[in-house]
Design a binder for this molecule. Structure first.
Ligand code: ZN
Length: 295
């Protein structure tokens, strides 16, 4: 391999891929979306187990299968789609002022218990969300529809990011748990803005109050209809699985996993077959989806 490309990469300023910056200190964070040619060469040098190109090829094949299968909608998918279609459209000129109003109206003050600090990672992620058409629509609804009055956004003391009928509590270490940039079981990359949009899916914006559940079919519908379109628009792979913890412990009784495409649930932690995104396999199965690099 020619080394000039790698040397040139080292001299360049941090390049941008879409809206994301490459973090060269931790290239594992940035295995997706596809880096530029020079970085790809540097990656291949760093990670000799599987080249980035091979990873991208496999990922593209999965995405094609995902896009075909995801066209089939469940009843829950359709309910979320209907509510999504009812959200107001927003002029981009309103984005900034609406975000300020949203902070004033809904954010728990930093001085209070579960307050969210100005410029904290959670605050910044909400700000990023407010600058997107889908996020701006949600924020405008929260500001203008009396049905959403008393909606609160705060930061909890546990690592989990949670939501209820009229509340979102972001996790203490948001967006990552214990410095991990990937979901614990699937090991797919986390996109913070998509996490916030997912959590909004558990509020009355997207769910009937009577539904108010976090069961696996709801999780799958939220991932499919709200979270994955954003991930894919940002160049990330869609999430294929969702794993719930049911109780303390690490055995199969403690977890349950759903496949987002097939809706099939299995006990324990599971991942997809890396060539068949609608199929669940055990974590130790050699066909299972793994991060592209040793991280
Ligand atoms: Zn959820």
């Amino acid at each position: 391999m020619g080394n000039t490309a790698i040397q040139r990469t080292k001299r360049e300023n941090t390049p941008k891929i879409g809206q994301r910056k490459i973090n060269r200190a931790n290239p594992c964070m940035d295995d997706f979306p596809t880096p530029s040619g020079t970085l790809r060469a540097a990656y291949a040098e760093h990670h000799n187990k599987m080249s980035h190109i091979q990873h991208r090829k496999e990922a593209n094949a999965r995405i094609i299968k995902y896009k075909q299968a995801v066209k089939k909608k469940t009843t829950l998918d359709n309910k979320i789609l209907v509510r999504k279609a009812q959200l107001p459209s927003v002029n981009p000129g309103e984005y900034d002022s609406n975000f300020k109003k949203f902070v004033d109206k809904c954010f728990i003050k930093p001085s209070q218990s579960q307050g969210i600090a100005f410029s904290s990672p959670g605050y910044i992620a909400f700000e990023a969300l407010s600058k997107t058409s889908y996020g701006a629509a949600v924020i405008k609804a929260l500001l203008t529809n009396p049905d959403y009055d008393s909606f609160l956004v705060g930061q909890g003391s546990t690592q989990e990011t949670r939501a209820g009928d009229r509340v979102i509590l972001i996790g203490a270490g948001f967006p990552f748990k214990s410095d991990k940039k990937r979901f614990e079981t699937s090991r797919q990359l986390i996109l913070p803005v998509a996490i916030l949009y997912h959590e909004l899916g558990h509020t009355r914006l997207f769910q009937e109050q009577s539904e108010g559940t976090h069961d696996l079919p709801h999780e799958a519908a939220i991932v499919k209809i709200l979270e994955n379109p954003i991930r894919m628009a940002a160049g990330y792979e869609p999430r294929y699985t969702y794993t719930n913890r049911l109780q303390e412990g690490s055995d199969d009784k403690s977890f349950e996993t759903i496949n987002v495409l097939s809706g099939k649930k299995l006990p324990g932690k599971r991942v997809i077959d890396k060539s068949e995104p609608a199929k669940l396999v055990s974590m130790t199965d050699p066909r299972g989806l793994k991060p592209p690099h040793r991280c």
